[in-house]
Design a protein around this ligand. Structure first.
Ligand code: SF4
Ligand code: SF4
Ligand code: SF4
Ligand code: FES
Length: 949
């Protein structure tokens, strides 16, 4: 349910030839396959309904939507009756009124009459429909057997932290069950029993929602027409009174939401049906995990201190900005212009990122700007630019609905990109085939009604070998799309690549042992990809965070081009971006070598454009990348850093090395919501804004530019971009905007792919997928349709070079890392919500054989040691991992997952090799050691000295 009601036509929209029919004498034309109910909604005939909603296929159980149709017997249900040419439908008559009233009477006779005190009062479809059919009395009385009397009422299930289930209010319409199946694809709910005993159940073997398979996406809550499934926040505070359209601040899916409010308080987040990325769906993070924005740990006042061992001193904005500017100036006077720099954040808006990179280039006077994408998707930028000519995914999310074969590599969408995973699962249930390349048996390998055709359970670090083996089969078995390649790709590069992958050393048989799988699986997967129809590649950090991350991105692009799977719906090469604005932060010129729009800093014409607009000369040499900044800090030449919304002290590899580098600096400025791990090394803290306070845009993984609108004023009194402008001004560069819309105007002026973007345009219409310019006035959902951005597609050679990080006798296991659904990245946000109930600590997944060999039982504490460092985790024995590989997440700082990751990185971009670390795992002592360890880790992380009051 949603208070600010979106139009609900009762059944999903259809595509197809137009059919004309008459509803109450009025003609209407709709696509064939449309229901009579949906057709009637187009001529504003709202047929009463209870079991139907346009997010779900029709069910036909409630009998509220009866109509009369000329030539048809009886009164058919309009939700299950498809339109026919020339059909004549009557939606209102005395007979229909009587029938509907009778049905409603039966429902109400078994429903508690507590509307006035019910949390959903005024926001309940049962209440609405009782009014719509004019029900005033219940002839059967309320005394018969019912589900709310003492004999039958079940206790309210309050186990889920965010919503409750009160079965006494259930009308058994099955919308929740169908939402869980059709929209979410989890199949957690069933209707148990028959007749009067029918009831919704979260699975026979579970006591409640929390212990069931439910992943708390909330689709059932949204679908429920009564207050049976309802948000606890609504029960507590009552129904919302206003709403603001905005965008989720978590992952790169970029779901659109209506923040439903009472005054300045968010009551609930409801995913928007017209959200291009999510079409009315969401996951537990976006829908429920927003309370961190008002968490008591939020810091809302600027703070400064002379040394990182001093306590923080709260000061006004002016003093904090002056202090930071003075220190940064002093560093530059003594050590030169290039001795300072900054890092932008993929959690901030495009406008906020743009001003930070501009401040660094124009006010700091150097190009020492980098972004957190360095540690996630920088190889995507490099690899796709080399092959296709632009650094972005090729498709919109909807495209997956047309895919026949999905090749999923190094990504775990059900945990990391849940809403896209639901779309993907839907397509797989319809019959598309799935190939999974992952060392871990992720959920999609086998989940209700979905089973991968092939799971290549490769050894971590052998991605490129797998792609070369697949390409070998395509080339040597005559599966190349010769027409596509001849028309669309550089011939010479293709021939070179063809000869290279055809070499016997790249055959599945030659590489099978290295990869850790059998040659037949590789051959079968290659044949399926090349011959199974539209084949699409989706990938995640399991591709990029390797020493050959960029090579792997190019290898995927090669395979897509060779098989002609580029430039239309259902195909493409698609990075699943981790953070909400990774695409945007890269687009906005966050890399040291590129100005906004991926234009090289050494290009005189491009630089001249920016110099004319910004009124300052710009350096023509790329600046330092993040790892170079740390190295220079330890060498003494880099001494000042501005860190925007990024916790590098926790998220970057080889944590202790990062800590040393931060400790070596004279001025670290942190702009963030919380005193995070990096703030422990900071001299200036500038309070940031949560997404609920931001005004701007995020760009998601499909290049979709979504508006983020403030639902409340900044708690710190200042927007992040204004704080940055003030710092730039204090540094001597005049940078000022009246509002973020002006920043976007400047971005559009200077960035060809954003030329047609403005807040006014985004506010007036749907979101846009860049490029938005003269060539693509309404954006481009699919890229490279008639030709590649670079002209012709370029095949690149992808020699497999094994990582130098090898297992040996001392470190015999390979550790790889990933995410879990309920937590997000370093957990700064989600750990401050009820989501932690699902994942209180990071655990180490280990194969039963590896565990047994070491005398480790499930739940034991174990020490995990690498060449870089050691940490302690609880073991979880799991057959998800192959023998020889262990796995953990990195959501909790005391787990120290990044204390043990190494300095190895991608050869082209320095993206860290998080996914391959040789480790030894040994039993450790019990909980007393654990407490000791947590204390030690707190020390390692140099916990924040509390601000002086
Ligand atoms: S919250 Fe989502 S996963 Fe859980 S029962 Fe409802 S629809 Fe299914
Ligand atoms: S819980 Fe809600 S959606 Fe599910 S069957 Fe009951 S009334 Fe319908
Ligand atoms: S899928 Fe991603 S963007 Fe969508 S609600 Fe979940 S976290 Fe937010
Ligand atoms: S709405 Fe048509 S039968 Fe329920």
């Amino acid at each position: 349910m949603g208070l600010m009601k979106e139009i609900d036509r009762g059944t999903p929209a259809r595509e197809g030839a137009s059919v004309t029919l008459w509803i109450d004498g009025e003609p209407v034309s709709v696509p064939e396959g449309t229901s009579v109910m949906a057709a009637a909604s187009h001529v504003e005939r709202d047929i009463p309904k209870l079991c139907a909603t346009d997010m779900l296929e029709s069910w036909g159980s409630c009998r509220m939507c009866l109509v009369e149709i000329e030539g048809m017997k009886g009164t058919p249900a309009s939700c299950t009756t498809p339109v026919r040419e020339g059909m004549r439908v009557t939606t209102q008559s005395a007979r229909l009124e009587k029938l509907r009233k009778g049905v409603m009477e039966l429902y109400i006779s078994d429903h508690p009459l507590d509307c006035l005190t019910c949390g959903a009062n005024g926001d309940c479809e049962l209440q609405d429909m009782a009014g719509a059919v004019g029900l005033r009395e219940v002839r059967y009385g309320m005394d018969g057997d019912n589900h709310h009397d003492d004999a039958h009422a079940a206790p309210i299930d309050l186990s889920n932290p965010y919503f409750q289930f009160d079965s006494s209010k259930c009308i058994v319409c099955s919308r929740c069950v169908r939402a869980c199946e059709e929209v979410q694809g989890t199949f957690a709910l069933t209707i148990e029993g028959r007749g009067f005993d029918s009831r919704v159940s979260a699975g026979a073997s579970f006591d409640d929602f929390f212990s069931s398979d439910c992943v708390s996406c909330g689709a059932c809550v949204q679908a429920c027409p009564t207050a049976t499934l309802v948000e606890k926040s609504v029960v507590q505070h009552g129904t919302p009174t206003r709403h603001v359209d905005t965008t989720c601040a978590y992952c790169g899916v970029g779901c659109s939401f209506r923040a439903e409010m009472q005054g300045n308080e968010v009551i609930r987040m409801v995913p928007s049906k017209d959200g291009g990325a999510n079409e009315g769906h969401s996951c537990v993070k976006g829908r429920f995990a927003w309370s961190y924005a008002t968490h008591k740990d939020r810091q809302t006042e600027p703070m400064i201190r002379d040394a990182i061992t001093d306590p923080w001193r709260k000061v006004g904005w002016e003093e904090a900005i002056a202090f930071a500017a003075e220190r940064l100036h002093a560093i530059q006077s003594e050590h030169g212009k290039s001795s300072i720099g900054g890092i932008t954040s993929s959690r901030c808006t495009n406008e906020e990122v743009y001003v930070v990179q501009k401040m660094i280039r124009a006010a700091f006077g150097n190009n020492n700007v980098d972004t957190c994408a360095r540690v996630c998707h920088s190889p995507t930028g490099y690899g796709l630019k080399q092959t296709f000519g632009t650094s972005a995914g090729t498709q919109n999310f909807k495209s997956v609905e047309k895919a026949d074969v999905i090749l999923l590599i190094g990504a775990n969408p059900t945990d990391a990109h849940p809403v896209f995973a639901s779309r993907m699962k839907k397509r797989l249930r319809e019959g598309a085939k799935l190939i999974v390349l992952d060392p871990r048996k992720i959920d999609l390998v086998r989940t209700p009604h979905v089973e991968a055709a092939h799971h290549v359970q490769l050894r971590p670090g052998t991605n490129v070998a797998v792609m070369n083996a697949l390409a070998h089969v395509v080339v040597t078995e005559g599966l190349i799309d010769e027409t596509f390649v001849a028309e669309r790709c550089e011939a010479k590069d293709f021939q070179r690549w063809r000869a290279f992958v055809a070499e016997e050393r790249n055959s599945p048989e030659a590489l099978a042992e290295t990869i850790g799988t059998d040659a037949q699986t590789l051959r079968a997967a290659a044949r399926l990809f090349a011959t199974g129809g539209n084949a699409a590649i989706y990938y995640g950090l399991g591709v990029t965070e390797h020493s050959q991350g960029s090579t792997m991105v190019m290898a995927m692009a090669n395979l897509a081009m060779a098989t002609g799977n580029i430039g239309r719906e259902g195909v493409g090469v698609n990075p699943l971006r981790g953070q909400n604005n990774v695409q945007g932060s890269c687009d906005m010129g966050s890399f040291p070598h590129e100005l906004p729009g991926y234009r090289h800093i050494s290009d005189d014409a491009v630089r001249a454009e920016f110099e004319a607009d910004w009124g300052v000369p710009l350096l023509d040499e790329p600046g330092l990348r993040i790892p170079n900044m740390f190295a220079a800090a330890l060498a003494g030449s880099f001494r000042g850093l501005f860190v925007q919304g990024e916790d590098i002290a926790q998220s970057d590899p080889n944590t202790l090395h990062v800590h040393e580098a931060l400790r070596a600096m004279d001025c670290v400025v942190v702009q963030d919501l919380f005193l995070n791990e990096t703030a422990a090394f900071a001299h200036v803290f500038l309070p940031g804004t949560s997404f609920l306070e931001k005004d701007g845009t995020f760009t998601n993984a499909e290049r979709r530019i979504n508006r983020v609108r403030p639902v409340m004023a900044p708690k710190s009194g200042l927007s992040e971009s204004e704080a940055v402008c003030r710092l730039a001004r204090a540094m001597g560069y005049d940078m000022a905007y009246e509002n973020p819309s002006q920043i976007m105007d400047e971005i559009a002026r200077l960035t060809p792919t954003f030329a047609g973007v403005s807040f006014a345009r985004l506010d007036a219409g749907p979101s846009l997928q860049w490029p938005v310019n003269e060539a693509y006035p309404d954006g481009a959902p699919i890229m490279h349709v008639d030709g590649f951005v670079r002209g012709k597609g370029r095949f690149m050679l992808t020699e497999f070079v094994p990582t130098s990080e090898r297992a040996n006798r001392r470190y015999p296991l390979i550790l790889t890392t990933g995410r879990i659904l309920s937590q997000y990245n370093v957990g700064a946000q989600t750990r401050r919500t009820e989501n932690s109930r699902w994942h209180e600590e990071d655990v180490l997944e280990i194969h039963p054989h590896d565990a047994e060999e070491r005398g480790i039982a499930d739940g034991d504490f174990v020490s995990v040691a690498s060449r870089t460092g050691a940490t302690m985790l609880r073991a979880e024995i799991s057959e998800r991992m192959p023998q020889g590989v262990v796995y953990t997440t990195f959501h909790h700082p005391h787990s120290g997952a990044n204390v043990i990751t190494t300095d190895n990185s991608d050869w082209a971009t320095n993206c860290p090799e998080y996914k391959v670390t040789a480790v030894q795992v040994t039993p450790s002592n019990g909980p007393s050691d654990w407490q000791e360890w947590r204390r030690e880790m707190e020390d390692v992380h140099h916990r924040v000295a509390l601000p002086a009051e």
